[in-house]
Write a protein that binds this ligand. Structure first.
Ligand code: SF4
Length: 313
């Protein structure tokens, strides 16, 4: 009988990023978040000034380095800390905060490339918006993908444009599709970021997000639940009139249903978020990352289900 979950050698019934990295590099690999000094067109006025309603003034990069420090200093600080516990680890440089392709190619080169020559750096992961690309950038990224293990992380959050407008995303699903398809054509690994529990998005709509994105066959997917953090537009709205936030069990059930809809070979980089305790307003269960992940594993085992069980081409 075919192995129903071929991309796992643990109790996980989905294709974890950890498994992918261990198979590929044979050792522990860490992503090191670096602040490359970027901004975002949804904050600097090109598209809007408010930003997405869930985004903090740090551009959703709460755990990144300090942009006042050099790239090397930011990297070395994290690497040195990790090195004490994992002396033979490898590293992926991760540009997470703001929109990390929103600059001329000359600037992109000046921040992406210096750290690639550091010992044990094996790749580069770049988070951005789908409306921050042009032909010159595609061409450069295509060259870069020949030099390092490159992943582009596209923040989509939802395929539903009405929900996206309600949190001020500032681009349509068609823009995402155009960029996604272009990156696919260039054979650049693309990871899609979805948020569950967006205000007014129903369970059926969230399942549709997974179904539609799954059919696009991205290299990877990342999910987390909507959490309200301080100094965001959602924090203001929530304070004025609390809106519905998903419960932990509801979230676990939803994620299991979404995993069933994805292709088996889609890498699952994350299934729950990592908000900072000091900044989190709701839900407090978002801090219990291990409990959420265990809940997903247990539910999948109990129901004897797995990633890709309901995936249709
Ligand atoms: S696109 Fe990203 S950085 Fe820009 S406002 Fe939205 S979440 Fe923040």
């Amino acid at each position: 009988m075919n192995n129903p979950y071929p991309f796992s050698n643990t109790n996980k019934r989905y294709y974890t990023y950890d498994y992918y990295l261990k198979q590929k590099y044979g050792s522990k690999v860490f992503k090191v978040a670096i602040d490359g000094g970027f901004t975002c067109p949804n904050r600097d006025g090109k598209v809007s000034i408010g930003g997405c309603h869930f985004c903090s003034s740090l551009g959703s990069g709460e755990f990144g380095g300090n942009r006042k420090d050099s790239l090397f200093k930011q990297f070395d600080q994290v690497r040195d800390m990790l090195h004490r516990k994992w002396p033979i680890a490898k590293y992926i440089v991760y540009f997470q905060s703001f929109s990390n392709t929103y600059a001329p190619v000359s600037y992109l080169k000046s921040v992406y490339e210096p750290l690639l020559s550091k010992e044990n750096v094996v790749g580069l992961s770049i988070a951005t918006r789908p409306d921050c690309f042009n032909e010159e950038i595609y061409e450069y990224l295509s060259e870069l993908a020949q030099k390092t293990d490159l992943t582009i992380e596209l923040g989509l959050q939802t395929i539903h444009d009405d929900i996206a407008s309600s949190f001020n995303r500032g681009y349509n699903f068609s823009t995402f599709l155009e960029t996604f398809n272009r990156l696919k054509e260039l054979k650049i690994n693309t990871l899609v970021h979805l948020i569950n529990g967006l205000v007014n998005e129903s369970k059926e709509m969230m399942l549709e997000n997974a179904r539609v994105v799954g059919k696009l066959k991205p290299w990877g997917i990342k999910f987390h639940s909507l959490y309200v953090i301080k100094n965001t537009m959602y924090a203001k709205l929530y304070e004025k009139e609390p809106f519905k936030i998903m419960e932990q069990d509801e979230y676990i059930d939803l994620v299991v249903r979404q995993l069933e809809l994805l292709p088996k070979d889609c890498v699952i980089e994350r299934l729950t978020g990592d908000p900072s305790k000091e900044d989190l307003i709701a839900p407090t269960w978002a801090l219990k990352k291990v409990a959420v992940l265990n809940g997903i594993d247990k539910k999948m085992a109990r129901e004897n289900t797995y990633q890709g069980r309901l995936f249709n081409e």
